[in-house]
Design a protein around this ligand. Structure first.
Ligand code: GDP
Ligand code: CA
Length: 332
C-alpha cells in the first residue's frame, strides 16, 4: 500500500511514527513543511524535516519533542558570550552537525530534497521524507511588534520562528504569509506520490503554518483534489484547544474558529453532495477524524468519525493511524 501524508513537526512526526508501527509494509511518503526553515549563523535549519527525521530515526528528545536527545548547548552559550544571538532559538550542539552537513550540501548545489535523502541515510526513518519544495519559501507573520534590537515598534513582517518562539505567538497576527510560495514548485516526487497513492492522510499538524503552507505550493492542493486515493484528515484541535503549541493563534489569523468542526470545514469537502467532484465542493477531505469529545461535529460532504485522537505514546499513535487507515479503506 502506498500512503502519502503531509506533515509539520511534532504532530506530523508522532502520527507518522504510529503509522509506520501499524502498517510496517506500507510505502509511506511524508511531504514535509519547510515554511519554518530559517538561516542562522549562516546555517540552514529545517525544523519540521528534522523533527520528523529525528522522531522516526530514534534521535528526538522525548521530553522536548524537538531537537536531539542528550543535547548540550555549548555553542549557543559561546555565541551568547560574544553577544551573538538570537538567544530565543535553541540550537543544540548535536543538532548543529545536521545543519552543517545540510548547509554544506546546499552550498555545493544539491537541492534540499537530495540533501534530506542524504541525511536520512544516517537516520533511516523508514518513510520517504520529501520537503514540500526545493525552493526557498518562508512563512512570515505580519503583526504589531514592540521595539526590539534597536528597531522601533510598528507593524512588521516577522519570520515565523521569531513570532512563534520569541513572542510565543502572542502578538496578534494580522496575516500569515508563505513568502515566495506562489513562485515555488513542489519538490521532485511530491505530485507523483500523491497521484499514485492508495491513501492520502492529513495528520494532526498545524492547519495554517504546517498543512496550510504545504497546500500553498502551487499544484499540491490540485493534486490532492484529483488524487484517486481517499483523503482522510485528523484534527489537531480537541475540545476547542490545540493539544500542544499555539495553533489557536494561527487559526485566529485566518479567521477560523478553534474547534475540530471549524478546522474540518476550513479544509472542506473534496466531493459535492452528489458524491462526484462537483463544482459545489472545492475542499480536500473525504473523511475527518475528530476526538470523542467532539462527537457530533459535522462537515458538509465529509464523513466525520470520532475516535480517541491523543498520541501520548507509540501505541496510541499507532491506534490513531490505524483508525485513519480503517476509515480510508472503508471509503475506497
Ligand atoms: P509543529 O510543526 O512542531 O508545530 O508540529 P505540527 O504542525 O506537525 O503539529 C502541531 C499540532 O499537533 C498542534 O496543533 C497540536 O494540537 C497537534 N498535536 C500534538 N499532539 C497531538 C496529539 O496527541 N493528538 C492530536 N490530535 N493532535 C496533536
Ligand atoms: Ca513547524
Amino acid at each position: 500500500m502506498r500512503i502519502v501524508a503531509l506533515a509539520g513537526g511534532i504532530g506530523g512526526a508522532r502520527f507518522l511514527r504510529g503509522l509506520r508501527q501499524v502498517e510496517p509494509g506500507a510505502e509511506v511518503t511524508a511531504v514535509v513543511n519547510t515554511g519554518d526553515d530559517i538561516t542562522l549563523h549562516g546555517l540552514r535549519v529545517c525544523p519540521d524535516l528534522d523533527t520528523v527525521m529525528y522522531t522516526l530515526g530514534g534521535g528526538i528528545s522525548a521530553e522536548r519533542g524537538w531537537g536531539r536527545e542528550d543535547e548540550t548547548f555549548v555553542v549557543k552559550e559561546e555565541l551568547a558570550a560574544y553577544g551573538v544571538g538570537p538567544a530565543w532559538f535553541g540550537l543544540g550542539d548535536r543538532d548543529l552537525a545536521t545543519h552543517l552537513v545540510r548547509t554544506q550540501m546546499l552550498d555545493a548545489g544539491y537541492p534540499l530534497s537530495q540533501v534530506t535523502t542524504a541525511l536520512c541515510d544516517r537516520w533511516q526513518p523508514g518513510v520517504r521524507l520529501l520537503p514540500m519544495t526545493d525552493d526557498r519559501v518562508e512563512t512570515h507573520v505580519v503583526a504589531d511588534v514592540p521595539a526590539r534590537d534597536g528597531r522601533p515598534a510598528g507593524r512588521q513582517a516577522l519570520h515565523f520562528q521569531e513570532w512563534w518562539i520569541r513572542y510565543g505567538a502572542k502578538l496578534p497576527a494580522e496575516r500569515i504569509v508563505g513568502v515566495e510560495a506562489e513562485k515555488s514548485t513542489p519538490a521532485p516526487g511530491v505530485l507523483e506520490a500523491i497521484a499514485e497513492a492508495d491513501v492520502v492522510l492529513l495528520p494532526p499538524s498545524n492547519p495554517v503554518v504546517s498543512i496550510g503552507t504545504i497546500l500553498a505550493i502551487p499544484g499540491i492542493r490540485e493534486a490532492l483534489r484529483s488524487a484517486r486515493a481517499p483523503v482522510v484528515g485528523v484534527s489537531p484541535i480537541i475540545g476547542g484547544a490545540p493539544v500542544r503549541g499555539m495553533a489557536d493563534a494561527c487559526l485566529a489569523a485566518v479567521g477560523v474558529e478553534v474547534s475540530a468542526e471549524a478546522v474540518g470545514r476550513h479544509y472542506g469537502a473534496r466531493r459535492g453532495p452528489d458524491g462526484t467532484g462537483s463544482e459545489a465542493a472545492d475542499g480536500l477531505l473525504d473523511a475527518w477524524l475528530v476526538d470523542c469529545r467532539d462527537e457530533g461535529a459535522t462537515v458538509p460532504g465529509v464523513e466525520v468519525v470520532s475516535r480517541d485522537l491523543l498520541m501520548p505514546d507509540l501505541p496510541s499513535a499507532a491506534a490513531l493511524a490505524g483508525a485513519a487507515l480503517e476509515v480510508a479503506r472503508a471509503l475506497r
